[in-house]
Design a protein around this ligand. Structure first.
Ligand code: AMP
Length: 116
């Protein structure tokens, strides 16, 4: 059962209440461009269902974690990117600011390590 939280930004994007540049959609996930892109391609892939982070999604609907990764690959490949970086920030100290699970897909420039 998909829960739409009226105060959750990504629930509102999934529900179409807030506009986003959607690049891919499946029954379980929605992918849209990040408003503050950190690379030439920067897309967020989010589950339609509200869960706080990736591990909680794995606890509750593990197949949807795979859907996030598969849609991320599709978005990168469609953009012509063979190499891409996938990031799940989990917790404020790791840089998570939106507490609805999302997979960052970054591509189109050389990526450095360690990340900032
Ligand atoms: P995180 O910091 O990992 O929680 O990632 C949240 C991401 O959401 C950031 O990269 C923001 O730039 C992005 N973001 C915030 N508001 C919006 C929005 N309305 N549409 C698309 N991306 C957004």
């Amino acid at each position: 059962v998909t829960q739409v939280l009226s105060d959750c930004l990504f629930c509102r994007i999934v529900a179409g209440e807030i506009a986003a540049d959607v690049v891919a959609e499946t029954e379980t996930v929605v992918a849209f461009r990040d408003v503050n892109p950190q690379a030439p391609l920067h897309v967020l892939v989010v589950p339609r269902e509200h869960v706080a982070n990736a591990a909680s999604l794995a606890d509750t609907v593990p197949a949807t974690v795979a859907d996030l990764v598969l849609v991320a690959r599709e978005v990168a490949e469609k953009g012509g990117h063979e190499s891409y970086r996938l990031v799940f920030n989990t917790g404020a100290d790791a840089g998570q600011t939106v507490f609805h699970a999302h997979l960052h897909v970054l591509a189109g420039r050389p990526m450095t390590w360690p990340p900032g």
